[in-house]
Design a protein around this ligand. Structure first.
Ligand SMILES: CC(C)(COP(=O)(O)OP(=O)(O)OC[C@H]1O[C@@H](n2cnc3c(N)ncnc32)[C@H](O)[C@@H]1OP(=O)(O)O)[C@@H](O)C(=O)NCCC(=O)NCCS
Length: 137
């Protein structure tokens, strides 16, 4: 359920802003959902890398909801909110909001929960340092 009050303000850190271009459309002319999901994945990666002070990889897209269509010319903004930090994993909620072309109002178009794992250069999970957790939570 999308209630107007709770969706009135983006939750989390603004990680990326990107313009939706015609090359990312589906056959009907709207923006392809997979492109939006990939932008959210990038946004979560930026925040989790900064948080864990090193490389992270996506291990799961736990949930994903497309609330409204994204249109060519929309400015997409992805907000990342850290939900839970484990030994090596970070679970985040990511909201995507758009500013429609020539309009000031923003609206929430997607929401999803993604999980990332902090990894070493050899791609094995690495423990997230306690000082990161204390500092950032
Ligand atoms: C990420 C990866 C290194 C983890 O290796 P692994 O041996 O499976 O790691 P573990 O089983 O020790 O799990 C690591 C963490 O992920 C969590 N995890 C494992 N499976 C999970 C799942 N399906 N959903 C959410 N979290 C999960 C574990 O609970 C653990 O968290 P914690 O340390 O905070 O308790 C490995 O799965 C991998 O390389 N995956 C591919 C990543 C990738 O290429 N992503 C891009 C996709 S295109």
């Amino acid at each position: 359920m999308t209630d107007k009050k709770s969706s009135a303000t983006p939750k989390g850190e603004l990680s990326i802003r990107v313009l939706a271009m015609p090359e990312s459309t589906n056959p009907a002319g709207d923006i392809f959902g997979g492109w939006v999901l990939s932008q959210m994945d990038i946004a979560g990666g930026i925040v989790t890398k900064k948080f864990s002070k090193g490389r992270t990889v996506t291990i799961a897209v736990n949930s994903m909801t497309f609330l409204k269509p994204v249109l060519v010319g929309d400015t997409l903004c992805c907000y990342v909110d850290i939900l839970k930090v484990g030994t090596t994993s970070i679970k985040v909620n990511i909201e995507t909001w758009v500013a429609r072309q020539y309009e000031e109002e923003r609206e929430k178009v997607t929401e999803g929960v993604f999980t990332y794992v902090a990894v070493c250069p050899n791609r094995k999970p690495r423990a997230i340092e306690e000082k990161c957790k204390v500092k950032c939570i």
